[in-house]
Structures are given as C-alpha cells and as structure tokens.
Design a protein around this ligand. Sequence first.
Ligand code: FAD
Length: 378
Amino acid sequence: MHPIVIVGSGLAGYTLLKEIRKRDTETPVTLVTADGGVFYSKPNLSNALATGRTAAALASASSEKMAADQNATVLTHTRVTAIDTQGQRIRTETGEIEYSQLVLALGADPFPHGLSGSGAAGVLAVNDLADYAAFRSAIDGKKRITVLGGGLIGCEFANDLVHAGFAVDVVHLGAWLLERLLPVEAGQRLADSLAVLGVNWHFGRTGKSVERTADGYRIELDNGETIAADAVLSAIGLRPRTQLAQAAGIPVGRGIQTNGLLETGAANVYAMGDCAEVEGLNLPYVQPLMVQARALAATLTGAPTPVVYPPMPVMVKTPAHPVAVLPPKIGAVGDWKVECSDTGICALHVDEAGRLQGFALTGSETARRNTLAKEVVA
Ligand code: FAD
C-alpha cells in the first residue's frame, strides 16, 4: 500500500501528521521537505530577538524525533520537483515516491523586494528558521535596521528590534499601518506607540534602490529621501507557493485552489496551509491551518469532513501596543464605528442593521476579542 505523502514540514504539514496519528496509528505516512524538517512555531520568529532566543532555542523537535514520535518517515533536504497526478507519484531530487493520497503544505515565499542597486542582494527576509539564523548573524553587533513594509510581520519585527536595542526605520507604502486590516485610528495608535520607543516611520513611501556603502547600506526612497542602515529586512508580504501544482496542471489562483474538503483539481491531491486557497480564501495564519489539519486528517482516514472555520481573531504581536483583528468578510458592506480611549481603541465594523461583521481592537481593548468574536455574524 502506498503511503499518504505530505509535502512540507511547516506548521501545516506537521500539524496534519499529528492529527492523522490521533486517528490512525498505522497507515504509512511519508513527509517530504526541502528544509531540515525541524519542528518550530513560525510566529516566534518575529518576537525572539528581544528575548535573545537563537534559532536553536526556537527548535522544538528534530526531524528524527518527529518521525519517531509520529511513526512516520520524514525525508529532509528533499525538494519535490514534479507531481505526476495520473501515475500518483512525486518526483524529488533523489527519486520518485508513489502516493495513495498527496497533501501539498508548501507554504509561501516572500515577495521579491524589487529594489535595484549594489546592495539589493544583501536585503534579508525572515520566513523560516534558517532565515532567522542568518538575520541574527547579519545584525550581530550592528545598530541601524531598516524594515521594508508595515504589515503584520513588519510591525512585529519593528517592535522586536526596537526592544532589542536597535534603531529602526520602517518604510511603508500605505498611509497608516496594516491599512488593509485596521481603520486609520487603530493603525495610527500602533504607529504612535512604537514611535515612542524610537521607531522612525516613512509612510506613503516605497524603497527604490539600495546601495552598499563603506559601513552598510543606503536606501533611497521614491521621494529621493535616503536612509542609512546596517541591515535591511524586507517584510512586504508573502505569496503562496503554487508553481509545483501549476506545473502539474492543478488549478491555482492566488493559492492552490481547493474545495471545502481541501481537494484540489487532481484526484487524491489536497492542499492546506499558506499555499492553499480554500473555497476562494487564502488565510495565511496559524488558526486556519489548525482547523484545516483536523478536517483533512478525518477526510484522509475515511470520514470526509469539510473545513468550517470559527471566528478567528488574529493577534499582532506588538507588546508596545497589541492589536487583535477579525477583518470583515471581503465585500462586506458596512462602516467602522470607532471609540478611542487613552489605553486603546475599539473599532467595530457593523452593517446597516447594526450587526457586527468584524473588529479591530488595540491596547487594553484587545481583552474583549473572544467575547466580540462570538457576536460576529456567521
Ligand atoms: P511553511 O511554514 O512555510 O512550510 C512550508 C514547508 O514546505 C517548508 O517545510 C518548506 O521547506 C516546504 N516546501 C516548500 N516547497 C517544497 C518543495 N518543492 N518540496 C519539498 N518541500 C517544500 N500567523 C499567526 O496566526 N499568528 C502570528 O502571530 C504569526 N506570526 C508570523 C510571524 C512571521 C515572521 C511569519 C513569517 C509568519 C507568521 N504567521 C503568523 C503566519 C504563520 O506562521 C503561517 O501561516 C504558518 O506558519 C504557515 O505554515 P505552512 O506550513 O503553511 O508553511
């Protein structure tokens, strides 16, 4: 009998493996991954500097331990290069593996930063444990860091870096932080709280070029302004890894498209986590992939189970001024009703009938997130 094959050892791949084993201890499972297969929690990457945690300290289990604990085969440093959906086999750099069912948990790649100049190749991004190790060594003994992008990950790194004692500049194209998730008042309050700690914001700007200088980098912005930095971190967003699926003729949109059972357009091929677009939605967060893993484990072990998401507020890990957000559904018609106090902001997105569609809470107001999540219309 051919194994269930999972491609990817991020939170999606490993959570699925664990959920399968809760239901079925015997069916052969092979997990194939391009990286070292170390189990770690990716959200820790953007709040580990201030507490001095190394990449090794963030690793919770080796691939060998995961394989032994979960009674699975884990093939590390093995990149999948092609999928033969007819023959039900994958091709890797070291050979072919046949599958009974295949799960793509491939994650997402950082967007290319697009900056020109002699320093472009030195711009860093942190999207896995190895990147984090490289980033830590690049900023060791350095002082000035420029972050490109004021989204969730950019804000978290800005907070972590400033807490760790760095001088931080953030270049953000939007007029305020997290502008696609937060109303202006909430984005500004977060920016003000981080500015008090010393973060220097450049709103409505984008990086144009980055040149190497005698002591680091010079970033030129689109308005001609320049910033001197010892290191540059790009946090301008991620895009789902769809190439492998697309090359195999599996339909992709923003992500690898699936139905509610996480089935792709090819028989016995599923997708989940950051690479997947489930019924039109790509949700690159931990809670959705946990829900997907539980449902898919049931499906793969004989009980077809669609994904049903509960309300899932996202926490932005900015201890200077935390944020909890549950965005309204795309296309939801309504308005933000914003109340501000000295300690936080409560912004409720409501429709004409006054029904709650989503919210953005900052500071002390984040304590209300679970109560409010229960009130959001289905
Ligand atoms: P990944 O972790 O990217 O795993 C993909 C895996 O696929 C890797 O093992 C890779 O090696 C493998 N792979 C890819 N291509 C191939 C191939 N061809 N062959 C073999 N293997 C392959 N979410 C939250 O909900 N809360 C947070 O606070 C939060 N903070 C975050 C902070 C940072 C810095 C980042 C980057 C993300 C954060 N997220 C957060 C998002 C969350 O971490 C991700 O949604 C989640 O970790 C994605 O897991 P994944 O397994 O889908 O992808």
